[in-house]
Design a protein around this ligand. Structure first.
Ligand code: GDG
Length: 483
């Protein structure tokens, strides 16, 4: 209500994302509280939020949740309500069944529905209005991800005084694919409302620049776009790669704790002490190449090139988007394959695949990373893939082998991983065998080099680099206007 203290306060730094960084917890007795969700974005932005009087605008994760803004651990939280209908059309529909498959190389066919688009426009406007309402004069607003691509322009139209950043966490597709989208021009215009548009890879930024050239009158020169504005000098927009990362130190610290190391040993014993433990950790998503990984593993067992007593695959597939049909189909397909492989090869004392369709606490993830001799990241397309970086950060012992798809953004940085093309099943099988027989010396040399990268380029460095670029564009604009 209007009387609630603080609802009309204004903020100098505002983050806008589909999901808020907090989850609502309802106790058995009905009392409600908010718990910070453990994501990397929150960790990275929390210090900046605290020292800059920051606000976070986003959805609380449940339908029709109309609650007043509140303060949580030094961050001002501004909930944006979504109805069941918004969730179905804007979120599960346009975001997860149109944009997600389109931006991931149409691995699954995207669905185009005009009512979904209308809902996307309306919900983006709601987020833009909420952000505009809490932003102080000249504030910095940082919009996150593909669910909110129209927000930068909507915000600029309403509040030309703001400095606006946008970061795309998923790939930006090549124009030949992007051009399928019936609303392709509107999305480019929406993004160009920002001063800085960040992507995971250099290739994503150049795909975007090409779409700008094909669909607008703006000109592009490497990372700078000159946006034509009628009656005014062109506006300068920077579009470039800012590869995201993790809180590497905290992951390493977690893995170093004695109880996590003890748990890693326990996991190994529980699996019957195989010579080699391989691990996959993914949201159950068709972009992650889980099926390709299982196929390669199953064939190696069938060919007799590995034995079930010697090699176990642990697959954590955390539940995801369970109301979208493509995800229901994928789950059936993966679980059928896991069942077949286990049925064909497991013995009374050794399972082939230890499969888990649920999420685990961070501690258990760290223990799994320590227990895994080989980490398999076989994504068919992935913006970055933080799991690859977490595995490296956890391995303070300089051991363990990362098998990494070249279609994941992380492969631009982790050059000493065993890089693979997941579509090439024979190549993947050979790489797995190479990993199984790799010498300790080779393993540590590779891991040391990757650790250097991940520890130096952490998520704090990512956000600083983005926000510094944003500030420099802002200064440039001020000086142009003053001249
Ligand atoms: C998108 C882009 C980009 C997973 N299962 C459990 C669990 N996780 C954690 C992992 C990791 C995170 O979730 C997943 O991040 P990824 O980067 O691997 O993948 P997406 O969810 O698809 O994220 C991606 C990212 O945004 C950031 O920009 O890298 O490309 O698709 O941190 O550890 N964590 C816990 N239990 C689980 O069961 N605790």
């Amino acid at each position: 209500s209007a009387e609630t203290p603080g609802t009309d306060a204004l903020y100098d730094f505002v983050v806008v994302s589909n999901r808020l960084p907090v989850d609502r917890v309802v106790a058995p007795d009905g009392t409600e509280s908010w718990k910070q969700s453990p994501g990397g974005l929150v960790t990275a932005l929390e210090p900046i939020m605290r020292s800059n009087d920051g606000a976070w605008v986003g959805w609380g994760g449940q339908p029709d949740l109309a609650i007043d803004p509140f303060d949580n651990d030094g961050i001002h939280i501004v909930p944006v309500p979504l109805s069941e209908d918004d969730i179905e059309k804007y979120y599960e529909g346009f975001s997860n069944d149109t944009l997600w498959p389109l931006y991931h190389d149409v691995i699954a066919p995207p669905t185009y529905h005009r009512e979904w688009w209308e809902s996307y426009v309306a919900v983006n406007q709601r987020f833009a209005d909420a952000a505009a309402a809490v932003s102080a004069e000249g504030a910095v607003v940082w919009v996150q991800d593909y669910q909110l691509q129209l927000v930068p322009k909507m915000l600029r139209d309403k509040r030309p005084d703001l400095t606006i950043g946008f970061f795309n966490h998923i790939p930006f597709p090549p124009y030949g694919i992007y051009s399928q989208l019936p609303w392709r021009a509107a999305i480019i215009e929406g993004l160009l409302g920002a001063d800085v548009i960040g992507f995971q890879r250099v290739a994503d930024a150049s795909n975007f620049a090409r779409a700008v050239r094909r669909l607008t009158t703006s000109s592009t020169k490497t990372t700078t776009i000159e946006v034509a504005t009628p009656g005014q000098p062109p506006r300068r927009v920077i579009a470039k790669a800012f590869p995201i990362s993790i809180d590497s130190r905290s992951f390493e610290e977690l893995a170093r704790q004695p109880h996590i190391q003890a748990r890693a040993k326990e996991i190994r014993e529980g699996l019957g002490n195989p010579k080699t433990i391989m691990l996959g950790v993914d949201r159950l998503d068709y972009t992650k190449g889980i099926g390709h990984r299982l196929k390669a593993f199953g064939e190696l067992l069938a060919d007799g090139r590995i034995e079930v007593e010697d090699v176990t695959l642990v697959q954590v597939a955390s539940p995801s988007r369970e109301r979208v049909q493509a995800y229901m189909d994928l789950r059936d397909e993966i679980e059928l394959t896991v069942g077949r492989i286990n049925g064909d090869f497991a013995t009374m004392s050794h399972t082939a695949i230890s499969y888990h369709h649920h999420g685990y606490p961070r501690e258990e993830m760290a223990a799994l990373y320590l227990a895994a001799d080989i980490m398999l990241v076989t994504a068919l397309r992935d913006g970055m893939n933080l799991v690859a970086k977490e595995y490296v950060a956890a391995r303070f012992d300089d051991d363990g082998i990362l098998v990494l798809s070249e279609f994941a953004g992380a492969s631009d940085e982790l050059k000493r991983a065993l890089r693979i093309n997941p579509h090439d099943i024979d190549g993947l099988k050979e790489t797995i065998l190479q990993a199984i027989s790799m010498s300790k010396r080779d393993r540590s040399a590779r891991m040391r080099s990757m650790r250097k990268r991940v520890l130096e380029y952490d998520v704090a460095r990512w956000s600083t680099s983005f926000l510094t670029t944003l500030a420099s564009v802002h200064d440039h604009r001020e000086s142009v206007q003053a001249a």
